[in-house]
Design a protein around this ligand. Structure first.
Ligand SMILES: [Zn+2]
Length: 110
């Protein structure tokens, strides 16, 4: 186990303790069924905030992402990054049907 993995697990446990602490306070303070409703919405909020926080802090660590595969769906990383096409004859990057430079219709995705 390397340093990054340990830091990640400590980070996870911290969130879990925080969630359980606030969760038990909610259950203690609120009557049924409001405790469950608020707990559920609180849980969703926590997961959302935690994932945002982790993507910022651990976004570059692909090994961790693979280890905790459920953290993000495999597609998340590709969104917002449009595919690039390159002409197979001259190598120019373009999005047309035919290359604007040499007219070739052969393209490759890069
Ligand atoms: Zn071309």
């Amino acid at each position: 186990m390397n340093d990054n993995t340990r830091r990640f697990i400590i980070h996870r446990v911290k969130w879990l303790i925080l969630f359980m602490g606030i969760g038990s306070i909610l259950v203690y303070l609120l009557p049924y069924p409001y405790d469950f409703i608020s707990l559920a919405s609180f849980f969703v909020l926590m997961v959302y905030l935690r994932n945002r926080n982790e993507i910022k802090r651990f976004g570059g660590m692909d090994g961790i992402k693979n280890l905790f595969g459920w953290l993000s769906s495999p597609k998340t990383g590709d969104q917002g990054k449009p595919l690039k096409y390159y002409c197979m004859s001259c190598g120019k990057e373009h999005n047309e049907i035919a290359c604007p430079d040499c007219g070739s219709k052969m393209k490759r995705v890069g």
